[in-house]
Design a protein around this ligand. Structure first.
Ligand code: GLA
Length: 729
């Protein structure tokens, strides 16, 4: 999969359908990028870098080295040496200079993939499924080694990259910018696709023109964020699911990031993806190394669908470690929208009792069970059971819930503290606050400085002792505000620029401790809905709460954007009441269920308030979940139609890997009067097969389903939906 041509000095990385080629451009040893696209047989594509006309080569035309630096497609771009495009690495040396120039030193190719210390990263699952190339570049003046790692996989078209910087000198240097990925491409009339959002409407697909200069997205919030996502893609104009070209990039990181494409005077496009340089400065002492988070690249020349498949395969096969990854998750009832803070043991037990009748398998007690937490103004940090609400404590409540045949899960927000809490009163210096300044509160809370060992230990002890105090089998780990007022008493003034990244590393350390201490646990991450839904967190939890917006209509767009890169099995999705608490909209109970089936599936309401009809429907929905979840979780997902594009309806399908089963979900969001049936063409089928529709018993050739489509009759009303189950005959 990875080849090095010693004579030509070319590295060729082949995935199933793509090739990625770069090499040493002249004797000097600059590493230059040549090609990324459809798989090639040819190796010698050096002419593509345009450097072989000799015009710019520094060895040939030293008079105009700058002309070279500003156009060369550097495999890993650096600052201060005449490349005036944005670059991947900025180092300040002892003289205050930012110049860094990297030349090839050595490389190795090996089977498997090494872990990235302290960071989430993809891994090999079995012998022979991953190969890695590590190239060492050096700046001899700075005495700096930069190791670029590339891994390719036998089962997905994704390539992953990471960067390690090692200070081999005797003076400290500061890293002020380090991108995990730098990629120079020729503009092909690209659009830039990003996943824009907000609280309640996370990850909505958005296209824009790739003009000259910068186009991109970033988060400076200390989390990957609701607003922008650590993902961009360059697509050909009017790309569809099956036609057009796309280069997609995703960062395995949960903090502030930057994802930009820069189009220069020659229509060369440089893509950069990595930790945000905002408020970032990292001191690298002699002998120290810094590891930048992993970046994922996917190229498809057959539209968005193949890109989606590549990400899904990578994340399911090589990123998510949870033992629940390939298991059905228990159907849960979460009391948040049902009760908010107003609950006690009796109320929860009654909710569980009703839930049990419908076949629901777990009760999750959300926010409000600890300290003086009667609203969201106080008590974060005081992780002691409120016995006024829960007499007899967690043990008693969990025992009663277990007696009903339900498992028990709990909510915590370990990274936070309210000023009105015993914890803050005892340790006011444990929260991020800048000396002399009033900190900006958000939801009346502050962020604990878990980069400090004593704070980290306190937080971990709270999590561990809570989870050990009763038979708890699931944790919803929440995080409800962004980071600002960054100052840590743990580091000197000139190292405060390390805190934002150290914070993320500490979150990872906590999550690592959690899953190693409680390996059988089901962990769901959450951040005011989907504010930290990213591949970094998926390394620790098999599912993430997708959005606080549980409205089935809004979820169509949110789940479309999320499933563009993340497997359906990762999307937390619940049925809630109407009018919906985030939208005020009414949608049929059945549709709420059908939309939630595309995720982990559960309920978020007060089951004691069910109507008789709803009570019966829950039983049906839970049965439907059990019937289809193996398929939804393990199958191949295809987007068939998009409400975002057509304004009327939405459709997707999942096909089992063995081609035996297909589930199509269709939602008519906005009814149009007097429309006859609609034909929805299925994707990814082997056209030689035949399928029978379970409901109508009609047998279709897969060629017809693919090229003419399945007929969906018109429906009566908005937000009507339908599941179509097809099995191979
Ligand atoms: C966040 C979560 C919600 C809920 C509340 C509790 O907003 O996204 O699901 O847990 O916190 O305060």
């Amino acid at each position: 999969m990875i080849k090095y041509d010693d004579k030509l000095k070319i590295f060729k990385l082949d995935t199933i359908n793509t090739s990625y080629i770069f090499g040493l451009d002249d004797e000097a040893g600059y590493l230059c990028h040549y090609y990324y696209g459809k798989k090639l047989e040819s190796v010698d594509v050096r002419y593509l870098s345009r450097l072989y006309d000799g015009k710019y080569l520094p060895g040939v035309n030293a008079r105009d080295k700058n002309g070279f630096s500003d156009v060369a497609p550097f495999e890993f771009s650096t600052g201060g040496i005449g490349d005036f495009r944005p670059h991947a690495l900025e180092i300040i040396d002892k003289n205050g200079s930012i110049a860094c120039e990297l030349f090839y030193d050595s490389h190795r190719i090996y089977e498997g993939k090494e872990a990235l210390t302290g960071l989430p990263a993809t891994f090999s699952n079995k012998k022979g499924d991953v190969q890695t190339l590590e190239i060492t570049l050096k700046d001899k003046i700075l005495k700096l080694a930069v190791k670029l790692s590339y891994s390719v996989f036998s089962d997905t078209d994704a390539i992953v990259r990471s960067v390690k910087v090692i200070n081999e000198g005797s003076d400290s240097v500061n890293i002020t910018k380090i991108m995990s990925l730098s990629l120079d491409l020729d503009n092909e009339d690209f659009d830039l696709l990003s996943l824009h959002g907000s609280w309640g409407r996370e990850r909505t697909m958005e296209y824009r023109d790739l003009g000259h200069g910068f186009t991109g997205v970033s988060s400076q919030r200390g989390v990957s964020s609701h607003q922008e996502h650590p993902f961009i893609a360059l697509t050909s104009k009017n790309i569809t699911q099956t036609e057009g070209s796309v280069y997609a990039f995703n960062l395995v990181y949960s903090g502030s990031f930057e994802a930009v494409a820069h189009r220069n005077q020659f229509d060369l496009v440089r893509v950069l993806l990595g930790i945000s340089p905002y408020n970032f400065k990292w001191e690298l002492k002699p002998g120290d190394e810094f590891i930048a988070p992993e970046a994922v690249m996917v190229h498809s020349f057959k539209g968005l669908s193949a890109m989606t498949t590549a990400f899904h395969e990578l994340y399911r096969n090589h990123l998510i470690r949870s033992p629940y990854l390939h298991k059905k998750r228990p159907v849960l009832i979460n009391n948040w929208e049902g009760t908010y803070f107003d609950f006690d043991t009796e109320k929860l037990v009654n909710i569980a009792k009703e839930a049990a009748k419908g076949g629901i398998e777990m009760l999750v007690m959300d926010d409000g069970w600890f300290g003086n937490r009667f609203d969201d103004n106080r008590a974060l940090g005081d992780w002691k059971v409120n016995e006024e609400k829960l007499p007899g404590g967690l043990k008693e409540l969990v025992r009663r819930v277990n007696d009903l045949g339900l498992k028990f899960g709990i909510w915590m927000e370990p990274e936070m503290v309210n000023p009105d809490s015993d914890l803050y009163r005892a340790h006011p210096d444990w929260a991020f606050e800048i000396p002399g300044r009033d900190p900006s509160l958000s939801r009346n809370q502050l962020v604990l400085d878990i980069t400090r060992q004593e704070v980290f230990d306190y937080v971990w002890n709270c999590v561990e002792s809570t989870l050990k105090s009763a038979n708890i089998e699931y944790l919803k780990w929440d995080m409800n505000r962004a980071l600002c007022d960054i100052y840590s008493a743990g580091l000197p003034a000139d190292r405060q620029g390390e805190i934002m990244h150290r914070y993320v590393l500490s979150v990872y350390k906590l999550q690592e401790k959690l899953i190693t201490t409680f390996p059988e646990f089901l962990l769901e991450n959450c951040s005011s809905g989907g504010g930290r839904f990213d591949p970094g967190m998926l390394y620790y939890s098999p599912q993430i709460w997708t959005s606080d917006n549980t409205d089935a209509g809004a979820r169509l767009l949110i789940q479309e954007g999320t499933a563009l890169i993340y497997p359906l099995s990762t999307m937390g999705a619940h049925v809630s009441v109407c009018p919906n608490h985030a939208m005020g909209r009414n949608t049929p109970f059945e549709t709420r269920g059908n939309v939630a089936l595309a995720g982990t599936f559960g309920y978020e309401l007060d089951t004691t308030k069910f109507t008789d009809e709803e009570r019966e429907m829950v039983k049906e929905q839970v049965k439907t979940y059990h019937k289809y979840n193996d398929l939804v979780r393990e199958g191949d997902y295809y987007r068939l139609a998009s409400l975002r594009e057509n304004g009327v309806y939405d459709a997707w399908m999942v096909k089992s890997k063995d081609d035996k089963e297909i589930l199509v979900t269709f939602v008519l969001a906005n009814k149009v009067c007097n429309v006859k049936g609609r034909k929805i063409k299925l994707l990814g089928l082997n056209e030689a097969y035949k399928y029978v529709d379970e409901e109508t018993k009609v047998v279709y050739g897969a060629d017809v389903l693919s090229n003419a489509g399945i007929l969906i009759s018109d429906m009566w009303g908005d937000y009507q939906s339908k599941l179509i189950h097809l099995t191979k005959v």
